[in-house]
Design a protein. Sequence first.
Length: 307
Amino acid sequence: RRAPPSLFGDLQRRQQRQHNKDSVLPRVALREQRTETAGLEAAAGLPAGRPAVRVGGAARRDAHDDVKYKAEVLAVHPDLRLEVRVESPRRMEAMHVLQQIQKDVDRTQQEEEHFRRPATRTALASLLFVYAQMNPDTQYIQGMNEVAAVALHVMSVDPEFEEADAFWCFSYLMCEIKGGFLSAAAPADADKADAAAPAGAAEGVAAVDRLLQRYDPELARHLQACDCPTSVFVFCWRTMLFAQDVPLADVVCLWDSFLADPRRFEAISHACLAVLQVGREELLRTEEQGALAALLRRLPRVACADV
């Protein structure tokens, strides 16, 4: 059975051609791919005729409405300062959300020159804030900044539509992966998290545990004996699709595989197992709980460096 078209692989190849001095990606080609009814699908390389992307129960707005809605809730000043335009009684809550977003954005992908630019940080903060306002059932949860940053990075191939395209790709992706974020937010808002996705995130972590016990029972027993379960780390890897744990270029390659998976994200469990296998010998030699935790935290980058 043929796998569905690759989302980020196609966009990454466009980006590579854009940066190749011997080849210039014609802007007219990008314009031709955008239509009023399938702007996101065309920009992402998805097949034509798919249903409109739905966010918060509403169909995808056209470009004019996108700009109009953003202007209703957020002002971007010439000096790139952001100002909340949400009316009372939600204004204070919205200001708090924006402050949290900006705090997280300021430390997102800072090893990448593109994300050290004030304009990029403003665009990332803006799209996250607009998403939070359009999705009051989800709002903003820490870690979403890492996922949105990958979308913004890929969409930077077309600066004129970078923020808008990244927003819709992020929104479309969140429809499928927000369960993990809601589970992470459970202590702060247990009712909302439990109602939205009680079992999905836990099942994903359990799937990795089963794979580890099946393929490497010795390592599974060692980690259990040292009282160092992998669940905390696997949960983060799965929830953010490794966006925070490996270099940005490697994240794009991983997402290409995850999104092309016919079984939709099942490959993430096997990627988590592969990461554990890369550090297998060192994990088996380590018995102190803190040292094991530190090793597990850096294993994804080690795995990418070894590939």
